[in-house]
Design a protein around this ligand. Structure first.
Ligand code: NDP
Ligand code: HSE
Length: 430
């Protein structure tokens, strides 16, 4: 066997703890598969005294995590603390500039600064690896870079946030409230340090930007993306969705359209028999449509200690084995500057829920607006109680242009009989 690969780990929380666990429990297996041992040379976190659930007493502790970047006994820095700026960014930059390879699960860092970091890695010959940044335990980065490399991608769509999928699934299956279920996801180690990143779609956006980059050979473009989260999704919407034959999921979708690449993150209704409808709890799924391969579906746990650490350790093993690749598949100088499309160009069908006064003429007013915008209705639901009460009116449309739908919604919201802001959910044919 050749010399050991010496790693330094910064961040010993959910993912860092899980990584230490795999490295110690599977040490022999990893050494055999890599042809050399992987040893943890040093660790660092904020609080030295905190119980990590694994024995760290014999591992060298560094109070200053940035010391890892220039430590002569460290070959690879494993950044598992998180954050697009601050110590995480400084650590990764300094390590790469010093020629040390970096493994990270930090999608925020990669989505915002991945190109600059990849340039640093190219300059010094270091590896920058981030399999754990998207899809937790699903090896989707490797799949896009290697296994599906022969394809042009028409669309990539996925459930990319375990916390949101856990919330949506648990709210529906157990009829529980949003806040309560979010707290549970946090306790299970699924949520980001700032959980609004999860529920407001930001985390999904970070991951989608990385997938787009790999699929289309461009730099991650987090600023060219429509992002909505799941805060407005209610049990009532889930009930109507079920009645209409749909399930509500937060999806990240990137597709090649006539206007350019369209990246969007928002709640979607998907048909109850769609493969994405049966992805529950913390599971993620990525559906890739390639021109040669057709549709491929990847599914697995998208968050949590074990699944995420599985991807982190796979990256460490690649480095131990001497596998080398460009972080974004192509050299940075060859990444394309592609046009990005806005949501105005999107065509899909829509679900619209209105709270209206139940009185004669209301439906005619609403459908009149749809007629003016040339939007064709597909279905209509109303569970009426007493005339004069506020009732829920649910309409779905045939495929229509997003811009027409938004104009119609604004006009409907201004009607005197409409009591709350209309709630629209896009229906994704997937
Ligand atoms: P945790 O909050 O559980 O752990 C963060 C760790 O980083 C803690 O050990 C903390 O120290 C340490 N830390 C934070 N700030 C500093 C600092 N300034 N200096 C030194 N150490 C610091 O986070 P996770 O393990 O959940 O997430 C880590 C990364 O992995 C993030 O980028 C996240 O987005 C990503 N990720 C997380 C997944 C998950 O399921 N949780 C899945 C995929 C990716 P201390 O313990 O002493 O407070
Ligand atoms: N907070 C993230 C999620 C962690 O819930 O999916 C995995 O990236």
């Amino acid at each position: 066997m050749t010399s050991p690969l010496r790693i330094g780990i910064v961040g010993l929380g959910t993912v860092g703890g899980g990584t230490l666990n795999i490295l110690s429990q599977h040490a022999e297996l990893l050494a055999a598969r890599c042809g050399r041992p992987v040893v943890v040379s040093a660790i660092s976190a904020r609080s030295r005294g905190r119980d990590r659930g694994v024995d760290i007493s014999r591992i060298r502790w560094l109070d200053d995590p940035l010391g890892m970047a220039s430590d002569p006994d460290i070959d690879v820095v494993v950044e598992l603390m998180g954050g697009a700026e601050g110590v995480a960014r400084q650590l990764v930059e300094q390590a790469l500039l010093n020629g040390k390879s970096v493994v990270t699960a930090n999608k925020a860092l990669i989505a915002h600064h991945g190109i600059a970091l990849a340039q640093m890695a190219e300059k010094t010959g270091a590896v920058l690896a981030f399999e754990a940044a998207v899809g937790g335990g699903i090896p989707i980065i490797k799949a896009l870079r290697d296994g599906l490399a022969a394809n042009r991608f028409l669309r990539i769509a996925g459930i990319l946030n375990g916390t949101c999928n856990y919330i949506l699934t648990t709210m529906w299956e157990h009829k529980r409230g949003f806040d309560e279920v979010l707290k549970e996801a946090q306790a299970l180690g699924y949520a980001e340090a700032e959980p609004s990143f999860d529920v407001d779609g930001v985390d999904t956006a970070h991951k989608l930007a990385i997938l787009t980059s790999l699929a289309y050979g461009c730099a991650p473009a987090i600023d060219h993306m429509h992002v909505e989260g799941i805060r407005r999704i209610s049990l009532r919407d889930m009930e109507f969705a079920a009645e209409l034959g749909y399930v509500i999921k937060l999806l990240g979708i990137t597709s090649h359209t006539e206007g350019g690449i369209l990246q969007r993150v928002h709640p979607c209704m998907v048909a109850a028999d769609s493969p994405l409808a049966s992805v529950h709890g913390v599971y993620n799924a990525v559906l890739a449509e390639g021109d040669a391969v057709g549709t491929v579906l990847f599914e697995g746990r998208g968050a949590g200690a074990g699944p995420t650490a599985s991807s982190v350790v796979a990256d460490i093993m690649d480095i131990a084995r001497g596998v080398r690749y460009k972080p974004f598949t192509l050299p940075v100088a060859q990444l394309a500057c592609l046009p990005f499309s806005g949501m105005d160009n999107l065509r899909c069908s829509y679900y619209l829920r209105l709270s209206v006064t139940d009185k004669p003429g209301v439906l005619a007013e609403v459908t009149g607006i749809f007629k003016d915008e040339r939007i064709s209705l597909r279905s209509f639901l109303q569970h009426s109680h007493q005339p004069g009460e506020t009732v829920q009116l649910v309409l779905t449309t045939h495929d229509t242009q997003e811009s027409a739908m938004l104009r119609a919604m604004a006009a409907i919201a201004a009607l005197g009989s409409v009591k709350e802001e209309p709630h629209m959910i896009r229906i994704e044919n997937i």
